[in-house]
Design a protein around this ligand. Structure first.
Ligand code: CUK
Ligand code: CUA
Length: 764
């Protein structure tokens, strides 16, 4: 058996010789103290650094899904390291993931069309994890689009967007996405009132024809999709409904939705009318909407609710008659509504009130039971009194917005937008415990699993609206600033500033990382958007080009380092569908596919099948290539689409380049035999260890076995040509044989390294 170190092996495989230079600069001898002095760091900074720094290969304890604001995307990052891991394309195309470029994801984006129009952005605000018994189950995340009322479903198996639903009644929304404790429903409330119809309605009819609403989207957890046909919508008064939250524990079955501008004021500054902001903040209180979704569901199931626009619509009259809807005054220009973990209380913050108001669910129920109403709104909705339903009010500071919960009972954190602070307080006793300054103008805040019935506490992230002077300047448009705060002790401690350079994230949610079990590859030939086998999947050796009238289907494959087919010939005017399957099984072996001038740009992860359909209009030469640096011969992963003019007769002839002789052939064969010796040594190492106990290694070995099989085929071809004295083709095929060997060895070495790093044991 040949013994070789890794560097030598790689050099041989890449044909590099042993010229790799020895590690040059020695580590500088600076001490910790010297570094602190040079960088102006304090002991406190060091402590903060030690709490967040994650050495190479280290993992985070929590995974955050943050809204991506106007980018229409989601942002994934880790806590405590605050390292960004991924952007997920949701409402907008995302080229890296091929999202909005392959036919499969285009179909998802097409679900989000409104009135036949492609919507090319989204304003994402509130991500929500799916829940089981009020705890995150790590399966799905939902996100709303405030501007174009839509909800999207992202599957955490692969962090891909699977579905977009459009709210057919709303023209704007904000109170979503919030889930009920078993993800029975996803809440989505309107923001700006508008007619439920799609026609023109003058503002003079605002009170009668403009409406707010609250949708409970039915979610099928098994299928992982929203069921529009089983979802229902509450018609609400034309107030500006705001955030929502679902009840839990004793308040399970109920939902809570804020509103502002219950004045129903319509501005018109250009006509001399006082502006919206004046008319919408006159009253001292607005309305907390209390809805009974459980009872609404029963009515729906009993066939007592009429359908409209493909879902159930509960008119206000019916909601009032059935006891599904109540209002409670809340001060003043409210924003966040948050149900505490045990479900007994509901915390409301008013932007223009220095207090947070804590409502008691029991008191709300008592008032409803005793029909103790303080009056009705103009639409006849019963109003409970604030006095009857309040548990307590606590003065926190200026501009309270949102509240999150601690692991410790009764402890909550509320963001103070105007004061630029986070307040830590006790909602049972009504006492302020601590405050910390943030930079600057905090919107939402988030604690670890802070929305669940079992919050983890530990860390808090302050999602700040302004960054101003926190980072190196990058022009007038600044990033946002997510500040990580340690909340494990009595005093809050600021740990880290992270710029978020992708829209204005409003809210974020954090889940324990070990609850997520994402897949490392798809089942072979998989349509990831429909979660089923793709009808276009293609196996190795079965690649083909099929013409059907003016439509050409290309059944292709990708594997290091070639695209099959390498030449595609069509005629101008043809519609071309290129279907590509990535044959790799190894982790992280994604291939891309980009083509000149056709807007074809695909990301094909291991196992995935994607398609790109386009019209080949103009005759010409269109090179294509792999966009992921997948292997040493990645740049050679290329091909041509030839669009011939109509009537052109293809001969299939190709110009010859370099000529090869018998000596060339023999030289290549010699290299190949040496390489085979290296492969044998790696194989010996792997098979002499318990590699079958390591699934990633098993996948690598499977891929390596495939490559070795291809090598064998190429070897045979080269020998056949050599036997005929055709050293041109014999040399080229011998080169291809070597290519497959290199890939085999690359996979083998990755497997070997993995085994060494993961303490594999010798078995024989
Ligand atoms: S909102 Cu932006 S800070 Cu959309 Cu929840 Cu409060
Ligand atoms: Cu595949 Cu580069």
């Amino acid at each position: 058996m040949i013994k070789m170190n890794m560097k030598k092996t790689v050099s041989l495989l890449l044909g590099l010789g042993m010229g790799l230079s020895a590690a040059s600069a020695a580590w500088s001898a600076e001490t910790l103290e010297q570094v602190m002095k040079r960088r102006g760091l304090t002991q406190k900074d060091l402590l903060a650094a030690a709490k967040t720094y994650t050495p190479t290969g280290g993992r985070d304890e929590y995974i955050v899904i943050s809204s991506g604001g106007q980018s229409g995307q989601l942002i994934v990052y880790g806590i405590p390291s605050m390292r960004i891991l991924k952007y997920i394309g949701v409402f907008t195309p995302e080229p890296w993931q091929g999202y909005g470029f392959d036919d499969e994801s285009k179909a998802v984006l097409a679900e989000g069309r409104i009135n036949g129009k492609d919507i090319r952005y989204g304003d994402t605000h509130h991500p929500a994890f799916s829940e089981e018994n009020g705890d995150y189950d790590g399966r799905y995340v939902f996100i709303n689009d405030k501007a174009n009322p839509r909800i999207a479903v992202v599957d955490l198996k692969d962090f891909e967007t699977k579905q977009i639903v459009v709210n057919p009644f709303f023209k704007s929304e904000h109170g979503g996405a919030f889930v009920t404790p078993n993800t029975e429903y996803i809440m989505e409330a309107t923001q700006y009132a508008a007619p439920f119809s799609d026609d023109f309605v003058p503002l003079s009819e605002f009170n009668d024809k403009y409406r707010g609403g609250l949708t409970y989207w039915k979610f099928d957890k098994k299928e992982g999709r929203i069921k529009k046909e089983d979802s229902f919508v509450f018609e609400l008064g034309p107030y500006s409904q705001d955030l929502s939250d679902a009840g839990k524990g004793p308040s399970y079955g109920w939902g809570f939705t804020n509103s502002f501008c219950s004045e129903r004021y319509v501005g018109g500054i250009e006509k001399g009318r006082p502006p919206f902001e004046a008319g919408c903040s006159q009253k001292d209180t607005d309305f907390l909407h209390v809805t009974n979704w459980k009872k609404a569901e029963e009515l729906v199931k009993a066939g007592k609710v009429k359908k409209a626009k493909g879902m159930y619509l509960i008119p206000m009259k019916q909601a009032i008659a059935e006891g599904l809807l109540y209002l409670i005054p809340e001060p003043k220009s409210p924003h966040g509504v948050d149900v505490v973990p045990d479900g007994s209380k509901i915390i409301v913050s008013g932007k223009l009130d220095t207090h947070v108001s804590v409502y008691s669910f029991k008191k709300i129920m008592d008032a409803i039971k005793n029909k103790k109403f303080a009056g009705k709104d103009p639409y006849g909705v019963p109003i409970l009194s604030m006095k009857d339903t309040l548990h307590t009010q606590v003065q926190l500071g200026l501009g309270p917005l949102h509240t999150q919960m601690d692991a410790k009972p009764c402890i909550a954190y509320t963001s103070l937008y105007v004061d630029s602070q986070v307040a830590k307080w006790d909602y049972c006793k009504g006492k302020v415990l601590d405050k910390i300054n943030i930079h600057y103008n905090i919107g939402h805040l988030m604690t670890m699993e802070g929305d669940t019935v079992h919050p983890d506490g530990k860390y808090l992230v302050s999602l700040n609206k302004l960054a101003i002077d926190r980072f190196n300047p990058v022009g007038p448009l600044h990033p946002q600033n997510h500040q990580l705060i340690d909340i494990s002790g009595d005093k809050m401690q600021l740990l880290y500033d992270m710029p978020i350079p992708l829209g204005e994230p409003h809210y974020a949610v954090a889940i324990k990382a070990d609850k997520l079990k994402p897949e490392i590859r798809y089942k072979s030939g998989w349509n990831s958007r429909t979660d089923s086998k793709s009808k276009w999947r293609t196996r190795a050796g079965r690649e083909k080009i099929v013409r059907n009238g003016n439509h050409v289907d290309v059944y292709g494959t990708l594997i290091r380092s070639h695209i099959t087919p390498e030449i595609i010939e069509v005629t101008a005017g043809d519609e071309v569908s290129i279907h590509l399957t990535n044959l790799e099984r190894a982790e992280d072996e994604t291939h891309g596919f980009a083509m000149y001038n056709q807007n074809v740009n695909l990301s094909v992860e291991p196992g995935k099948t994607v398609s790109a359909t386009f019209k080949a209009e103009k005759p010409g030469v269109y090179p294509y290539y792999c966009t992921e640096f997948c292997s040493a011969l990645h740049l050679e992963m290329q091909g041509y689409l030839l669009v011939a003019p109509k009537g052109y007769k293809a001969t299939g002839a190709v110009a010859e380049g370099q000529k090869y002789t018998k000596a060339d052939y023999e030289k290549q064969v010699k290299t190949n035999l040496e390489t085979q010796a290296v492969i044998d040594s790696v194989v010996a190492f792997i098979t002499s260890h318990n590699y079958k106990d390591f699934p990633p290694v098993v996948a690598l070995v499977e891929d390596a076995t495939d490559q070795l099989g291809f090598a064998e085929e190429a070897k045979k071809k080269s020998e056949e040509f050599a036997a005929k004295g055709d050293y041109q083709n014999a040399t080229l095929w011998a080169g291809q044989w070597w290519q497959y060997q290199v890939k085999t060895a690359d996979l083998g070495l990755r497997a070997k390294t993995y085994l060494e790093e993961h303490g594999a044991k010798k078995v024989k």
